[in-house]
Design a protein around this ligand. Sequence first.
Ligand SMILES: [Zn+2]
Length: 388
Amino acid sequence: MNLVRDRRALVALVAALGLAFLASHVFSWTEPKAATAAGPGIRVRLLGEPKLFTIDGSIEPMAEVGRELRPPIEVRTQSNGLLLIDTTGPVVLDQDKLRLSWSGRATLRYDSNGTRRETSQIGALQVAKRGDKLLLILHLDFELYVTGVVAAEVGGRFPLEALKAQAVAARGYALSAQRRRRDRSWDVRASPADQAFVAPSDEPAVVRAVRATTGLYLSWQGLPLRSYYHSTCGGRTRDGRECFGDVPAAPFASQYCNACRTAPRFRWQRTLDHAGLRTLCATGNTVSLQPKTRSARGDWRTFGASGGGTTTEHYIRRLMRLAQLPSPWIDHVEPTASGVTIFGHGFGHGVGLCQYGAAARARSGWNHRRILQHYYPGAELSTLRAAQ
Ligand SMILES: [Zn+2]
């Protein structure tokens, strides 16, 4: 009996059955310990804080319930704790926290801020009551989390080497967040405030990229590098220290990148009408916007809005919100009959890896290591010991 050959055949069979099978057999869910930099799990704060949610799947028994649970289970807040309702009936729990574990996948459903969310999750759910709302923290395998980030950030349409670069960057960002938030109940938010994430992905290209780079992350001077990235730099990445004060300078030095020139927002224009302008400058019909301080690349930091003899100074965030600008890198502003048109470059903060640039470079033959070295010069590739 050729054990090696038989094992290869088994692996091929498992691959053919898809990630749902892989997730429960190869990645083998293990109970995450308190998250550590080299730990096997990660705690993801899911988007939105609903008043109630339902979960359906092979939910494991909970000692505090005192009877078998029959999913789907609805969980909601009540004045003195939590209320569980399954197909058998309600269970009142005099506690503000709850942990739901399951095998395989479970379907999680809830409404939040007018958005209906339905996802298929792997792992365990830590639920915490916050007033009349529920904080949902998904505990899951670190590599499964990375599949979800790669899928949500760029998706399986990107070329493989760009997906690999994204996976490596996502790990470094997450590991850095775990170190920073080890005293909190969660490591990362499932949103662009940290990294986009909806659920573990079974997109074949995404799974392939994550598995090919398992455990690989960027480090700087022996620590995980908070590997910032963005959609489209617009021609040059932004110096990281100008944007985020707590990152090392060298790996976030501004880099030339014309590779993203075919991206939808390589160049953009937005209009701001007179009503919007009046919120920037109280008087005057002829309003002009002028940068007061700019980054080396050209990002506006503060600007003056003048009209009718008065000038008010604002931070760029105000203008970005009012005119829904894709980035703070503004080329020029032109007055129009109805207000102003703002011309700018890129989408996102511009620091670190440019996702559209990485995709174009991958199409031109660059591998993920070369892409990462371009956008994070001098950073080292390290491997998580727990993932080896
Ligand atoms: Zn770029």
